[in-house]
Design a protein around this ligand. Structure first.
Ligand code: ADP
Ligand code: MG
Length: 585
């Protein structure tokens, strides 16, 4: 056992008293000490060769170790922990296959600008580099490199402190993202003098330094904004990540400009705020003349800043606030780039509008308000339908009330229709309470995000999952039960992907590729591990079951039977799913 040999007295067969007194440490201890020194106290992972003892010893050293059933879910947990805390979330995996499982989450974290570090054990360099066929042989460093901000390998115990420091600083500074840290098995058991080891550790000072925008850039942005007749502010998840909530709220309110939150920026200001234009999304995108993006990219989620979503070509001027200079002009011209961290940029903008800012033209704010009220009124009756089987709107109407009554709960959301409709229906009231599929629109984040949200915040979590989406991480309900986390999973069960009504066109016995077992009882999965399972068929039953779960804090899975015919192809992004015009029905 590594523990016995280490941090105790070195065994000394010679009579040198000094040698007998010499304290030793090793790679295992140094990794743990380096993380703890930097305020990292939680590891998400899956144990196995060669990092089993690392997890055990980290737990013995007082760290929180959350063991998953699959590395992808542990990686997703680490990624969202990074988003919630501004510290890199740590995912620990075994070599090759475990590493690859975790790598998806690392790439997704990088794409979403979430800080995380994937730490994987790896096999012997000498054998890997000669391709001689080691146990789980793989050149992990080379494979990770293009999928994250940086990849580092440590070969000497004395370099662990520097390696961990570089990984932390890289993950959180500038545009946050994923970092890979490769720890060969041999490194972990490498022994060195404890005092020298202690000295080699690095406490990262000011890991994500403020990046102050140039005063000229701030003035330029304010000039453009002031000239606007129909201004709009778009808040993205970078704004949520920045934790500059008060400054952002003050900027929006003092400017009087309508704002549109991107999915994970919902709640930065309440969706019920009078200036929120969420319910008039198409109108404000199309009709605005100046758009200020704060921590949001003009990627596919905003139709790349062009096309019919954005109205007449040339009708728009963009101001963009972002920490990443390369983001500017990525899709369309940015007339006023403001490069810096959002806290500093928003404070500088706020200073510039202090006292002397004209309210936006009333015909614009009134037009937005009218459109919004019209859309809200149109939606209202659909949310109150208490029918069986439920449709998406009826079920979401019930969940909307749950979040209204428990605004500090965290909502995790994935699926197709389940995602797209919940995003519009469920109002959020507080920052960083909505966690979802992000930039890739990825499926499978559900249980990883829910577990980390519960672990990092201690708040109750409501995970609203399409039945297909849930399948990607469903086995982690065992993890939810094992750690007794206050998570309520609601599976919107419509028997399939998009819908549960497709049939095999050949009449053969195989089901259609988009359908699942009809009438599945996902609630039984939670019961299998000692949690609470409930099957519901109406919005009223759903509301009661969720209230009970959120009140008790017990791990719960509610199987919500949704009409299999409800749901549209690919939810709201059917336009991205090509359909053959030659297909035989
Ligand atoms: P959304 O999908 O919500 O529109 P994106 O992920 O597209 O959000 O955009 C987030 C943006 O926020 C990225 O361009 C990223 O560089 C930026 N960002 C992240 N953190 C900060 C920060 N602290 N300060 C400034 N910009 C940030
Ligand atoms: Mg479904």
């Amino acid at each position: 056992m590594a523990d016995a040999a280490v941090k105790g007295k070195a065994e000394s067969r010679d009579s040198s008293a000094a040698e007998a007194e010499r304290e030793l440490t090793d790679g295992f201890h140094l990794v743990i000490d380096a993380l703890k020194l930097n305020g990292i106290n939680t590891i998400y992972g899956v144990p196995g060769i060669p990092i089993t003892d690392l997890g055990r010893m980290a737990q013995a050293a007082g760290m929180r170790i959350i063991s998953f059933r699959h590395e992808q879910n542990a990686g997703n947990a680490a990624a969202i922990a990074g988003f919630l805390t501004k510290k890199p979330g740590i995912c620990l995996t075994v070599s090759a296959p475990g590493f690859l499982n975790g790598l998806m989450a690392l790439a997704n974290a990088t794409t979403n600008c979430f800080p995380m570090i994937l730490i994987s054990g790896s096999s012997e360099r000498e054998i890997v580099d000669l391709q001689q066929g080691d146990y789980e042989e793989m050149d992990q460093l080379a494979i990770a490199k293009p999928l994250c901000k940086a990849a580092f390998r440590v070969l000497h115990a004395a370099d662990i402190g520097i390696g961990v420091a570089r990984a932390i600083r890289t993950a959180v500074s500038g545009r946050p993202g994923g970092v890979y840290l490769d720890l060969p098995a041999k490194l972990l058991s490498q022994v060195m003098d404890a005092a020298a080891g202690q000295k080699s550790l690095v406490k990262v000072i000011d890991a994500a330094p403020a990046q102050i925008p140039a005063p000229a850039a701030v003035r330029r942005a304010l000039d453009v904004l002031k000239s606007a007749k129909r201004p709009l502010i778009i808040l993205g998840k970078g704004a949520a990540y920045a934790q500059a909530d008060d400054a952002i709220r003050a900027l929006v309110e003092r400017s009087g400009i309508p704002f549109l939150p991107m999915s994970m920026a919902k709640g930065l200001l309440p969706d019920t705020h009078p200036q929120c234009a969420g319910a008039a999304r198409s109108t404000v995108l199309k009709d605005s003349d100046v758009v200020m993006l704060i921590g949001a990219r003009l990627n596919w989620l905003l139709s790349h800043g062009k096309g019919k979503t954005w109205g007449e070509p040339g009708s728009k001027k963009f101001i963009q606030v972002d920490i990443e200079p390369k983001e500017m002009d990525s899709n369309v011209e940015i007339v006023a780039p403001v490069v810096g961290d959002i806290g500093s940029c928003v404070s500088a903008l706020l200073e510039g509008i202090e006292g002397k800012w004209p309210a936006p033209p009333a015909d614009w704010t009134n037009a937005v308000k009218a459109k919004k009220e019209e859309n809200i009124a149109k939606m209202a009756p659909r949310l109150m339908k208490n029918s069986a089987p439920m449709d998406f709107h009826g079920a979401l109407g019930a969940l909307r009330t749950v979040i209204k009554e428990r605004p500090d709960a965290i909502l995790v959301n994935e699926g197709a229709n389940t995602l797209d409709l919940a995003r519009g229906v469920i109002d959020m009231y507080q920052p960083r309470k909505r966690l979802d599929v992000g930039t890739w629109g990825i499926m499978g984040i559900g249980m990883g995000f829910a577990i980390a949200a519960a672990v990092e915040t201690g708040k109750p979590v409501l995970a609203v999952e399409g039945d297909s989406a849930f399948g990607f991480s469903g086995m982690e309900v065992e993890t939810v039960c094992r750690y007794n986390l206050p998570i309520c999973v609601v599976v919107f069960n419509n028997n399939g992907i998009y819908r549960g009504t497709d049939a095999n066109p050949t009449g053969g016995s195989d089901p259609a590729p988009t359908v699942f077992v009809k009438g599945s009882r996902y609630d039984k999965m939670m019961e299998a591990f000692g949690g609470v399972g409930v099957h519901v068929t109406t919005p009223d039953e759903l509301k009661r079951a969720v209230d009970a779960a959120m009140g008790s804090g017990k791990p719960t899975l509610i199987n919500a039977a949704i009409d299999p015919a409800a749901g549209s192809e690919s939810g709201r992004i059917g336009n991205l799913n090509p359909q053959s015009v030659l297909r035989k029905k």
